[in-house]
Design a protein around this ligand. Structure first.
Ligand code: NDP
Length: 294
């Protein structure tokens, strides 16, 4: 059985550490979350963020907009938040409706408050290997978890499946900055199974439940499953009524690969909790930068 790279353990350590730091602050660090529409999954993620904030003593200001909000209204609100010294971090909960240009809206966020690390400024800092700026929360979560479990990165061949601007690309850049040899795969990649089997570290962010099975892995590999998918399953309640349950599964078929590979992140309790923790680590950094706390 593979070593389990448990993100929940690290998240709990992060809560303890951040809680102690926040106790010493004069003002509560505050994260503004902008949500457009009412997507059930987004609301669930926001709920997780609120719970984490409460645990460490930070605030979340949840700003909800109707699905028909214009880009101009969102940008105007972001400009207001940029100027508001009670707000230390701003995130746009993705996805947003396709008719809105998410890059333009994200780029309205002041880079010093961009705790999701998605503005062009922070992306460029990552691309140039600068240690300034904010790294995306998921990317930071992946790196922190690998560091915690002492997985060496320098010289290792990493395959990342997925090239999104939110996950795949920033994670590739961050690993390149750590001297890994990085290959990025996507839906047009040929020989994916062969590529996957030769790498040392396989990072999967493609958004398809249990896609990676025993044919994609080999003994000794480290597998990082970033995928979050909800599968509907029917079960009987006490009164024998059929109830629909949502099961959280990753992009990796955990049961099929866990006895082959060397180490693996589970879903749940892998990268998901790390992403939330990293977001608040970034928020605390933004707060300290603002207050000039070293
Ligand atoms: P996107 O849909 O934006 O990107 C998916 C990527 O996977 C694309 O690059 C796509 O290729 C590639 N892809 C899709 N199908 C295949 C395939 N059959 N073979 C190879 N590549 C394929 O998704 P995100 O990057 O936003 O998210 C990916 C997953 O990570 C999702 O499950 C999401 O829920 C999860 N996620 C988890 C987070 C966490 O905190 N744990 C945070 C954010 C996301 P192409 O570019 O060619 O279309």
């Amino acid at each position: 059985m593979a070593q389990i790279l448990n993100g929940k353990i690290m998240q709990n350590e992060s809560i303890d550490r951040l809680k102690k730091e926040v106790l010493g602050f004069t003002v509560k660090p505050t994260l503004a979350i902008i949500q457009v529409g009412d997507l059930q999954e987004s609301s669930k993620y926001i709920q997780h963020k609120k719970i984490f904030a409460e645990k460490i003593g930070a605030n979340v200001e949840h700003l909800k907009f109707n699905i028909d909000v214009s880009k101009e209204e969102l940008v105007e609100k972001i400009h207001e938040l940029n100027k508001d010294d009670k707000i230390h971090g701003i995130i746009l909960q993705l996805p947003i409706p396709k008719n809105l240009n998410e890059h333009e809206i994200i780029d309205a966020i002041d880079s010093s408050k961009d705790v999701d690390g998605l503005t062009s400024t922070n992306f460029k800092l990552l691309a140039t290997g600068s240690s300034f700026g904010f790294m995306g929360a998921t990317t930071k979560g992946v790196l922190d978890l690998l560091d915690y479990y002492k997985v060496s990165l320098a010289g290792q061949h990493v395959l990342i499946i997925g090239r999104s601007i939110l996950v795949g690309k920033p994670t590739a850049l961050a690993l390149l900055n750590r001297d890994a040899t990085v290959t990025i795969a996507h839906s047009k990649t040929v020989n994916l199974k062969e590529l996957a089997r030769v790498c040392d570290i396989l990072i999967v962010a493609l958004g398809q439940p249990r896609f990676i099975n025993e044919e994609y892995v080999r003994p000794g590999q480290v597998v990082v499953d970033i995928g979050i998918n909800f599968e509907a399953s029917n079960s009987k309640s006490d009164s024998s009524d059929e109830i629909q349950k949502q099961t959280l599964v990753g992009d990796v078929d955990f049961e099929k690969v866990k006895d082959i590979v060397g180490a693996i992140t589970p879903v749940p309790n892998g990268i998901g909790p790390m992403t939330v923790a990293s977001l608040f680590e970034n928020l605390i950094t933004a707060y300290k930068n603002d207050k000039k706390i070293l």
